[in-house]
Ligand binder design. Structure first.
Ligand code: CTP
Length: 475
């Protein structure tokens, strides 16, 4: 690799001028450099480090771009940032850091460029490119970060114990980079993660979850979850998933290892969808298998009700993980609850009523549910896989036919509670729910059409059978 790098983001001329006016040596560092060297600029943030005050450099640069540009400064950390050219531009003065044992708050001292590179997390993130006039574009790579990019290695610049103990979030960052970039973690670095794993407990859940989500959004999240498992971090940050690991044998019958099965399902889903919540559904679909596991001498291993218990666990897991408790959580709950339904449909004769019920319960998420179900077929028996997938084709064809005919997907009850109250002259009470359910069931079972007139007639009949007297409307 040449020692000179071409930098063409519109921020650079301003930085160069500001650095020259202030007389400070300035470098671009971190993720922007890493990505630039790997595959051209992609990141929407750029980090600059200068041998002096990062805040002054930020203010000077911003004033050259536009005197009205707002600079955010964080005096305690000696950092500053502003947003320009659709990019977050961040500044820090080069520093030496040492940390207090029981917190992540660093004691910050001014330092040289080398001190600053040394305190960074990984060699691939510790490459600097000078941006002053006289040395614009020249590489400073004291820890051979470029060689590590070429070899695909995650390694810390200094003793890995110090790097991780200083900032334990970096253990997850190592695993995240290894997953996203498909790099391997160098042996000593990996051992240091194992040794320091307990220190992850001082990191806030939000930051842990942010890294987990980046792992989950990668092409093959199983790489990351295997590393989390092997280093012992998974047991600390996600004990329910850890509990999926392992098999048991009774009377020569073993059940599959649900941890590796879940990872396969997750990777399969990732081939078909980028939806983070569908990916979370894959992670959680069998989460309640361990507590529902039974051995029955006649039927072997069973996990009856794991889909119900699993969907009940979703809110607790989402709350602890600080994941959103609104629509995404309800979606994951629904998919976990329904994940066995399409496969059970394929085992019996597929009735229209069963398809209508599934459409009603899944609503607009039916297509995602089918992706999850297809991904869930991880058997090594090719014939079995073929048979299941063909059955799913039949189910999907039926879903399309029935949806065209009956419009169940976004089912709106044809008779409202208000109309029932008005017709029978009653106040909100139990019979209203009973009548509504009776109409819904009749439509789903195909006894009446999903239309107003047939539903109205049924409402009158059901009301009568409940002893209600019609006081309003057509009879
Ligand atoms: N850094 C670090 N330790 C951390 C976080 C960041 O040493 N816990 C350093 C690394 O040199 C990193 C740089 O700060 O490259 C910028 O951090 P950040 O923007 O969070 O990460 P990037 O590497 O830029 O990548 P990403 O945005 O994907 O996290």
């Amino acid at each position: 690799m040449s020692n000179h790098i071409h930098l063409d983001h519109p921020i650079f001329p301003y930085i160069t001028q500001a650095a020259s006016e202030l007389g400070v040596d300035t470098y671009v560092v971190g993720g922007y450099v890493r990505d630039l060297l790997m595959h051209g600029p992609t990141k929407k943030d750029i980090d600059f480090v200068c041998i002096g005050s990062g805040i002054e450099l930020a203010e000077k640069t911003a004033s050259l771009i536009d005197p009205k540009l707002k600079v955010h400064t964080f005096k305690n950390y000696g950092t500053a940032m502003f947003h320009a050219f659709d990019t977050d531009i961040e500044f820090v003065g080069a520093r030496k850091e040492s940390y207090q044992r029981d917190s992540r708050n660093p004691i910050v001292e001014n330092g040289s460029l080398e001190d600053d590179q040394n305190r960074r997390d990984f060699t691939i993130n510790a490459i600097a490119i000078a941006v002053n006039k006289e040395n614009f574009g020249s590489l400073i790579d004291p820890f051979n970060g470029i060689a590590d990019i070429e070899k695909g290695i995650i390694r810390t610049p200094q003793d890995a114990h110090i790097t991780f103990s200083d900032d334990p979030l970096r253990m997850l960052r190592a695993i995240r980079f290894a997953t996203v970039l498909q790099f391997s973690i160098e042996q000593q670095t990996l051992e240091a993660i194992h040794k320091n794993k307990e220190r992850i407990k001082i990191i806030s859940q939000e930051r842990i979850t942010e890294e987990l989500n980046k792992i989950i959004l990668s092409k093959n999240p199983s790489i990351g979850f295997n590393l989390l498992f092997d280093t012992g971090l998974l047991a600390i940050i996600f004990p329910e998933m850890q509990a999926l690991h392992g098999t048991e044998t009774i009377n020569d019958l073993s059940h599959k290892d649900n941890f590796y099965h879940t990872l396969k399902v997750l990777d399969n889903v990732c081939e078909m969808s980028d939806n983070l919540w569908l990916r979370w559904s894959a992670i959680l679909h069998d989460i309640a298998k361990p507590p529902t596991k039974r051995f029955d001498p006649r039927h072997g291993w069973t996990f009856h009700g794991h889909e119900f218990l699993g969907s009940k666990w979703v809110p607790g897991i989402f709350k602890r993980m600080k994941l959103p408790l609104d629509a995404p959580m309800r979606y994951v709950q629904k998919l976990v609850l329904l994940h066995l339904r399409p496969i059970s449909l394929t085992k019996e004769n597929i009735t229209d009523a069963a398809i209508r019920r599934l459409l009603f319960e899944a609503g607009d998420d039916i297509d995602d549910l089918m992706i999850l179900c297809r991904a869930d077929i991880t058997s090594k028996n090719k014939m079995k896989v073929k048979r299941y997938l063909e059955n799913f084709d039949i189910v999907e064809k039926k879903i399309v036919e029935i949806e065209e005919k009956d419009h169940i997907r976004n089912f709106q009850p044809p008779i409202s509670g208000e109309l029932i109250m008005e017709t029978f002259g009653i106040k909100p009470s139990k019979p209203i729910g009973e009548i509504k359910n009776c109409i819904k069931d009749a439509i789903l079972d195909g006894d009446i059409k999903n239309d107003f007139d047939e539903a109205y007639q049924l409402m009158l009949e059901k009301g009568k059978s409940l002893g209600l007297i019609q006081v309003h409307g057509n009879s």
